[in-house]
Design a protein around this ligand. Structure first.
Ligand SMILES: [Ca+2]
Ligand SMILES: [Ca+2]
Length: 147
């Protein structure tokens, strides 16, 4: 009864930082098989908030690949072991952006910056007048060289 109370009151959440592929999903004790021992490891970990065992593979314990180790993983692992329900597949890795996507982002950033600079400049009448004088002076200079 005391253990059940502990199970229902304390629902620890543990963050798993990296999805790695060098482990067997659910093989928490890293003995090469997924069995009741792994479920015991996971239950103990969830009850205590830490693992008393020398080996505890955090990535393998996150059997539903949501980045957390919690009761949902217990449910998935238990269903797999007892009912044969397949465990979820690991998430697909994010595709690398193409060169076109990267260039598009860069061009969009440059255009956005130029537009905001032009907006700032032309919203200031003194700056607008200075630029107009500069452009007219340059045009006159260029025209005088051509003639
Ligand atoms: Ca195992
Ligand atoms: Ca999980």
């Amino acid at each position: 009864m005391k253990k059940m109370l502990c199970l229902t009151v304390i629902i620890p959440l543990f963050v798993v930082s990296v999805f790695a592929a060098d482990f067997i999903q659910g093989d928490i004790n890293e003995d090469g098989v997924v069995n009741g021992t792994d479920l015991t490891y996971l239950t103990t970990f969830l009850d205590l908030g830490f693992s008393p065992y020398p080996v505890f593979n955090m990535e393998a314990a996150d059997v539903n690949f949501d980045g957390l180790i919690n009761r949902d993983d217990y449910t998935v692992l238990r269903s797999f072991l007892i009912e044969g329900v397949p465990m979820p597949s690991p998430p697909e890795p994010e595709p690398e952006p193409s060169l076109f996507d990267t260039l598009s982002l860069a061009v969009n950033a440059v255009v956005s910056n130029v537009v905001s600079m032009v907006t700032v400049v032309f919203s200031n009448p003194i700056l607008s007048l200075c630029i107009a004088i500069f452009l007219i002076g340059g045009a006159i200079g260029l025209f005088s060289r051509l003639v």
